[in-house]
Structure formats: structure tokens, C-alpha cells
Write a protein that binds this ligand. Structure first.
Ligand code: URA
Length: 209
């Protein structure tokens, strides 16, 4: 069964408070999302495999640890997921970035894929799918299906704020995908917004409100 990790690090919680605030303008919002994504990437990479190599310090020879070179991919769900990419890349600069675009069909209300571009070596990479908000879970579930259909395995999902409904739906659809969040909020409202949430993450990131 999927595990759910809520990052309660004080720096993440502090920055998330200002991300939520209505008064926070686009520039500051974008910077804070970027910083929180970096802090979350630090936590999410805790299980990265290491190997020992021989090195020489000015004093003696020793065996020391380096990353064993597991390839990573970051996949933002368009468009708000883009706001988290650079923050993750600061810690994992060699990661390749794929993109998955989904829109909601006005009749069925189901997410429909309109754009997918992934690294060519999908099968060799571990993936972190990013989207600031896990609301109903529809987009995350569909994006992860897309990634799996193209050979993606070992997938983690990372978001800033989740609704319990979204967490449950994602766990049920993808029990092999662990979920990493900065805050688990109360509920969804009738318009599908997370309460208390932060409003529309895409609009706040790109100043389109
Ligand atoms: N997407 C958002 O940007 N905000 C929400 O509250 C829910 C989905």
C-alpha cells in the first residue's frame, strides 16, 4: 500500500503559511513554492542509493560515499507543476524533465491527456511527479497512468497541499506510488478547491487571476 509522508519540517511549514496567504503576490508566491520544492526534494531523496568509492584526502586514503548514479526524472503536471521543477532541479541537477498536460473534459469532468513528452529512457529512470495541489486526485491518477503506460516505474508523487479525498483516490488507483505532501488539509469544497488550501495554484504562480 502507498505510504503518505507529511513533511512537518519547520522551514517547510513556515514558508507554506506565506504561500497560503491571500496577500502574497505572484513574485513571492513563485519564490516560496520554489524554495519549498527544494526543501521537499531534500527529504524525498533520503532513500537515494549510495556506493563507496576510494578517494584521497590531504591526510589519508579513505572509502567515501557518492550517489550510485540512479537516473531520475521529474514530471510536472501542467501547468502548476512547472512551479516546482526548478526547486527540485537545484538538488538534482542531472534529472531529466518530462511534461504531462491534462485538461478536464467539461462533459465527463474527467482529465484528458493533451500533451506528453518524457525522457527517451523512461524505463531506466525513477520519477517524481509534481503538482502543487492534490485535490480530487483525478489529474495525478491520470498523469501516473500515462507515465506507467510509457514504461515508467518507481514513481513518487509530490505536492504542497492535499485534500483527504485526493490522497485516498490516489492511494487506491496507484498503491505502489508513495505520496509526499507538505500539508494535509480539511476537505474539498463544492467547486473542487482545497479548503483552506491556497486558491488556484496555477493562477497564483503565473499571475493569471
Ligand atoms: N487546484 C488548485 O490550484 N487549487 C485547489 O484548491 C484545487 C485544485
Amino acid at each position: 500500500m502507498a505510504k503518505v509522508y507529511v513533511f512537518d519540517h519547520p522551514l517547510i511549514q513556515h514558508k507554506l503559511t506565506y504561500i497560503r496567504e491571500t496577500q502574497t503576490g505572484t513574485k513571492e508566491f513563485r519564490e516560496l513554492v520554489d524554495e519549498v520544492a527544494t526543501l521537499m526534494a531534500f527529504e524525498i531523496t533520503r532513500d537515494m542509493p549510495l556506493e563507496e568509492i576510494d578517494i584521497e584526502t590531504p591526510v589519508s586514503k579513505m572509502k567515501s560515499k557518492v550517489l550510485s548514479g540512479k537516473k531520475l526524472g521529474i514530471v510536472p503536471i501542467l501547468r502548476a507543476g512547472i512551479g516546482m521543477v526548478d526547486g527540485v532541479l537545484k538538488l538534482i541537477p542531472a534529472a531529466k524533465v518530462g511534461h504531462i498536460g491534462l485538461y478536464r473534459d467539461p462533459k465527463t469532468l474527467k482529465p484528458v491527456e493533451y500533451y506528453v513528452k518524457l525522457p527517451s529512457d523512461v524505463e531506466e529512470r525513477d520519477f517524481i511527479v509534481v503538482d502543487p495541489m492534490l485535490a480530487t486526485g483525478g489529474s495525478a491518477i491520470e498523469a501516473i497512468h500515462s507515465l506507467k503506460n510509457r514504461g515508467g516505474k518507481n514513481i513518487k508523487f509530490m505536492c504542497l497541499i492535499a485534500a483527504p479525498e485526493g490522497v485516498e483516490a490516489l492511494k487506491e488507483a496507484h498503491p505502489d506510488v508513495d505520496i509526499y505532501i507538505a500539508a494535509l488539509d480539511e476537505k474539498l469544497n463544492e467547486k473542487g478547491y482545497i479548503v483552506p488550501g491556497l486558491g488556484d495554484a496555477g493562477d497564483r504562480l503565473f499571475g493569471t487571476k
